[in-house]
Design a protein around this ligand. Structure first.
Ligand SMILES: Nc1ncnc2c1ncn2[C@@H]1O[C@H](COP(=O)(O)OP(=O)(O)OP(=O)(O)O)[C@@H](O)[C@H]1O
Length: 247
């Protein structure tokens, strides 16, 4: 098991964004979190990545409690994330954005190395990640100049450059055309295979979720409605009701 969330609670001015959420993620999983608008999905990612501390409950990553650990400390432990809105440095080149992702999770690079060697190692690794995600042709372009679909891919590249053991993805497919979604899906599946990255994603595209994920958590009003294999999601009456209720 790579991640365990136990009885998470968090409210915003009386609104229970998370109300007793527990689940476990196995190593190597492609784990999805879905649910209607306002279900608490982004709040959950923020609690896992350390943006918020839960009022109650606890998260353990690789058997270690994350209590009191900052997002950066978590990144160094191997817990990476991407954001719903793009958080790239728009004026910075694609390569520098990805290099920065590697630097922020620096524990993988021996600090003892001479500066020039470290710089070289970081650059070589960033180039490898870019190549892997078919982004090499754009590496000197300012990130903000790329079409939206490519920017989303750079964001994933930057997160992967930190060599996460578990990567949290916040709606990576939002705003992408079908073909871009298929490309991204392939890159994510490859990264899981090649680098052993466990994936946890929040995603609205139900079809993509059910096709790609091997485990699904459904939230509604901060509570777990369903947890299990994707095949069970559509048959679950509570899930159907939560989604229909929204429509
Ligand atoms: N910083 C905040 N301040 C106040 N209320 C918040 C805050 N963050 C989340 N909420 C509230 O908590 C609840 C859960 O929000 P959250 O953004 O986690 O849902 P979500 O499932 O990610 O929704 P969406 O699919 O629309 O992104 C909502 O009622 C939301 O209004």
């Amino acid at each position: 098991m790579i991640l365990e969330a136990k009885d998470l609670h968090l409210s915003f001015r009386g609104v229970k964004a998370l109300n007793g959420v527990s689940f476990r993620v196995e190593e190597g999983a492609f784990y999805a979190v879905i649910g209607p608008n306002g279900a608490g999905k982004t709040t959950l990612l923020n609690v896992l990545s350390g943006v918020y501390e839960p009022e109650r409950g606890e998260v353990a990553f690789l058997g270690q409690s994350l209590k009191g650990k900052s997002p950066q400390e978590r990144a160094r432990m191997g817990l990476g994330r991407t954001f719903q809105g793009l958080e790239l440095f728009r004026g910075m080149s694609v390569l520098d954005n990805v290099k920065l992702g590697a630097e922020l999770a620096l524990s993988v690079y021996p600090m003892g190395l001479p500066r020039a060697e470290r710089e070289w190692a970081l650059r070589a690794w960033a180039e490898e990640v870019l190549d892997y995600l078919h982004l090499s042709p754009y590496r000197h372009a300012p990130a903000g100049m790329l079409p939206y679909g490519l920017q989303k891919r750079v964001e994933v590249a930057r997160a992967l450059a930190g060599r996460p053991k578990l990567l949290l993805l916040d709606e990576p497919m939002a705003g992408l055309a079908l073909e871009e979604k298929q490309d991204l899906a392939r890159f994510l599946l490859d990264a899981r295979l090649e680098w052993g990255v466990t994936l946890l994603w929040v995603e609205h595209d139900l079809r993509a979720v059910l096709e790609l994920s091997d485990r699904v958590l459904v939230l509604s009003y901060g509570e777990v409605l369903y947890e299990g294999p994707p095949e069970g999601v559509r048959e679950d009456p509570k899930v159907a009701e939560a989604y229909l209720g929204q429509a």
